[in-house]
Design a protein around this ligand. Structure first.
Ligand SMILES: *Cc1c(COP(=O)(O)O)cnc(C)c1O
Length: 403
């Protein structure tokens, strides 16, 4: 890794080598440039840093612990550790960047946060942040997703956010993105668009990574304090890639630490049955930035699927795309079945019910532990599984001795 990795990537235009950038209509380009300039100035100020620190500690409950899995390490060999982002307030890592984005909005004098949501996780985290700061919050969501993800819609309602139903096209995430962008472009002075992962046009991949960096910094220090060494391997699931980027960024300069990004292999390797962007994707442009992309011959994003709805994105963060080419991070897959197995294993051996997204990373850690029992594996447990329990029991309960 270049010594000055974080100074070098992204470059001034928001590129990570050939990936990233901001491919936007001129009106939005100006807005993004304003946000970039403001971010550079504000995020380095003493007031911003100390306010964010205080929020992390007193509101979010950070630092989250690192936990050694006694029984699973015994079963699979190796030494398996979890960074417990499931214990972060609101139950996942997403609040780390939502609080950062909302704090930036406050410093910029914005009144309203706008975003899209697929399964509703980003919507709930952003609605939480908006309530904390007393900002308005508008979440665009496809009507199909609204019907499917009822509990999260109720959560957003209770938190005081306005959920805008989107009835165009397939009525899912892609249309929700278009709708949220349209709303934002109408009033970029009073509102700010808050992206839910390390994706989208510059400066979002960089900002979201910086706000998630806390995960990797904490985990590195905690792991060293517990064991006197660094982990041999670090594992995280990759949808857009925010929890992985936060974790990996803490170990970027530790060449001896192997980094593993785990994508969803879904139910088969046919188009539309998985979201393994790094395995089957090619460079392309989606949502205003360049990255590895699952696409058809014309460059349109392919349909994607995973049992974990937070992982089913046809693109991936630009920094991940670069790290793949550099071979600094190894990208691999875990399928639905393996993730569901890991969901039950972690629940029954350690008393921790993981999010289905996080269960992909856990399943991969089992494989690494089995491969070389001398090694230690640190997993980013990105979220808790309460949101998934009804779905899992209904669809897989019988196979695991339930109902
Ligand atoms: C949204 C989500 C993810 C996927 O998002 P990334 O940006 O890839 O981290 C992973 N885990 C949980 C619990 C999520 O809610």
């Amino acid at each position: 890794m270049p010594e000055n990795y974080f100074k070098k990537f992204p470059d001034k235009e928001g590129f990570y080598k050939e990936y990233g950038g901001a491919f936007l209509p001129p009106a939005l380009e100006t807005e993004m440039r304003k946000i970039t300039d403001a971010y550079y100035a504000i995020s380095k100020s003493h007031n911003f840093i100390s306010e964010l620190r205080s929020i992390r500690k007193h509101y979010q409950g950070r630092p989250t612990p690192v936990y050694y899995c006694n029984r699973l390490s015994e079963k699979y060999g190796g030494r398996i550790y979890l960074k417990r982002e499931d214990l972060n307030h609101s139950g996942a890592h997403k609040l780390n960047h939502c609080m950062g984005e909302a704090l930036l909005a406050k410093y910029l004098g914005k009144k309203k946060l706008i975003a899209e949501t697929g399964a509703g996780q980003h919507g709930v985290a952003l609605a939480t942040a908006a309530a904390y700061f007393g900002l308005e919050c508008e979440i665009h969501m496809g009507e199909v997703d609204i019907a499917k993800e009822h509990p999260n819609v109720v959560r957003m309602d209770i938190l005081g956010a306005k959920v805008v139903p989107v009835s165009k096209g397939l009525k899912t995430l892609k249309e929700a993105v278009d709708s949220a962008f349209e709303a934002y472009v109408k009033d970029p002075v009073n509102s700010i668009y808050c992206i839910g992962s390390v994706v989208g046009p510059h400066p979002f991949p960089m900002m979201v990574r910086d706000f998630q960096h806390v995960v990797g910094i904490e985990a590195r220090e905690q792991f060293q304090e517990m064991t006197g060494e660094l982990p041999d391997s670090v594992v995280a699931c990759v949808g857009g890639g925010s929890n992985a980027m936060g974790m990996f960024s803490g170990f970027m300069n530790d060449e001896e630490v192997d980094l593993f990004g785990v994508e969803p292999g879904g139910r088969s390797m046919k188009t539309g049955d998985h979201a393994a962007t790094m395995v089957q994707g090619k460079p392309g442009i989606i949502h205003g930035f360049k990255c590895y992309l699952l696409q058809d011959e014309e460059g349109n994003p392919s349909p994607v699927y995973s049992v974990a709805s937070g992982l089913d994105y046809p693109g991936v963060g630009p920094e991940h795309s670069m790290l793949r080419d550099m071979k600094r991070v190894n990208y691999d897959m875990v399928n639905d079945k393996e993730a569901i197995d890991a969901f039950f294993e972690l629940s029954r051996f350690e008393g921790i019910i993981p999010a289905l997204e996080s269960a992909h990373a856990v399943a991969y850690a089992f494989k690494l532990a089995q491969k070389d029992p001398r090694k230690s594996v640190l997993v980013n447990l990105s979220g808790r599984g309460d949101k998934d329990i009804d779905f899992v029991v209904e669809n897989y309960g019988k196979d695991y001795g339930l109902g």
